[in-house]
Write a protein that binds this ligand. Structure first.
Ligand SMILES: NC(=O)c1ccc[n+]([C@@H]2O[C@H](COP(=O)([O-])OP(=O)(O)OC[C@H]3O[C@@H](n4cnc5c(N)ncnc54)[C@H](OP(=O)(O)O)[C@@H]3O)[C@@H](O)[C@H]2O)c1
Length: 316
């Protein structure tokens, strides 16, 4: 019997899955209640849609996990789903599908800060003046969370002549790219970095990790870049650190909540740049998600394990 795959992704994406050689039966989960697909599907492909967010904190539906053998999250983070999602026999995540794009965003943020050519541009001879520029080569990039995104950032930063210091949680088998200096604590990374890149998952451990104590460790002039999740940063503490000169600038692709309410101080702060959670450039890289999912579904149909299984105790 063919595998029944319920997918919350776009119709063209699902048509591509249905055309895989082992011909899975691809169905759309009930709109507004995607978890009900558990009554008939073997595999449920989910995205962080509002229905899932609305059920965070609520008990699991009676039918969950039903017939499901595998829940596959299109997103790398699983923090936007209710905790009972992990009651499914197997949960995987979309780790790696957008890391390269996100790393490009981080490098752009560093260059915008270090070499602000727009601010240095002149329009007349009278404008001719000395404008001090910062440095990329020779700067220290601190990567907090050396996973798929952190490693993609590290590769680029090393190639551009920066020093890279990093920290990770310490999962077994984790790889440290050549040239990266792995330090023993988040504090040590923050204390040395000119540009601090946040690339940890949102877990109980990382909630408000960047609070007053940690931000006080930053070098004067340091630049904080968050492409992970808004909840990792205590936003009140961030504003206080910027105002006190403990930090020079923050680039935030993610905030808590998203979007921030109208009038929030971060919108208008002169040392803050916010982008609307676009660093993954999802539309441009969704072919990578398709390739990953196609390979994983093919493996699963053969009785093999798919990639990037979420560890229930770690929470990512
Ligand atoms: N802005 C966006 O559009 C976007 C897109 C994709 C992902 N994200 C976010 O970015 C996060 C990271 O993505 P990824 O694909 O790089 O994930 P990943 O491959 O799972 O890497 C996460 C890294 O964080 C480390 N870590 C976990 N908890 C830690 C802690 N308490 N202290 C220090 N390090 C810790 C892990 O350590 P180990 O290596 O020791 O396990 C790992 O190196 C995702 O969870 C998601 O929330 C955002």
């Amino acid at each position: 019997m063919s595998l029944i795959v319920a997918s919350q992704l776009e119709p063209e994406f699902n048509a591509g899955l249905a055309a895989l050689p082992f011909a899975p039966k691809v169905i759309e989960p009930p709109v507004g209640e995607p978890w009900l697909a558990a009554e008939q599907a073997d595999v449920l492909v989910v995205r962080p849609s509002p229905e899932w967010r609305a059920l965070r904190g609520a008990p699991s539906p009676a039918s969950w996990p039903g017939k499901l053998r595998w829940v596959c999250s299109a997103s790398a983070g699983i923090d936007s789903y209710p905790a009972w999602l992990l009651d499914a026999p197997l949960v995987t995540c979309g780790r790696g599908t957008a890391s390269e794009e996100i790393a490009d965003y981080v490098i752009a943020a560093i260059y915008l800060r270090a070499k602000d050519l727009a601010a240095a541009s002149i329009r007349s001879a009278a404008d001719w003046r000395f404008v001090p520029l910062g440095r990329f080569a020779g700067a220290t990039i601190g990567v907090v969370g050396l996973g798929a995104i952190g490693q993609a950032v590290a590769r680029r930063a090393l190639a551009l002549g920066a020093r890279v210091v990093a920290v990770r949680r310490g999962s077994a088998g984790a790889v440290t790219p050549e040239g990266v200096e792995l330090l023993g604590s988040v504090e040590a990374v923050v204390a040395q970095a000119d540009h601090i890149v946040i690339s940890v998952p949102a877990t109980l451990e990382t909630r408000h990790l960047f609070g007053p104590k940690l931000l006080a460790q930053a070098k004067p002039g340091a630049h904080l870049i968050n492409i992970a999740r808004g909840s990792v940063v205590d936003q009140a503490a961030l504003l206080a650190a910027l105002d006190a000169g403990q930090l020079a600038f923050a680039t935030l692709d993610v905030t808590d909540p998203e979007p921030l309410p109208e009038g929030h101080a971060l919108y208008t702060h002169s040392q803050v740049r916010i982008t609307p959670h676009i660093s993954s450039n999802y539309q441009a890289v969704r072919h990578r998600l398709f390739d990953k999912l196609s390979q994983d579904l093919t493996r699963f149909a053969r009785g093999e394990a798919p990639s990037d299984i979420v560890d229930r105790t770690r929470g990512y």
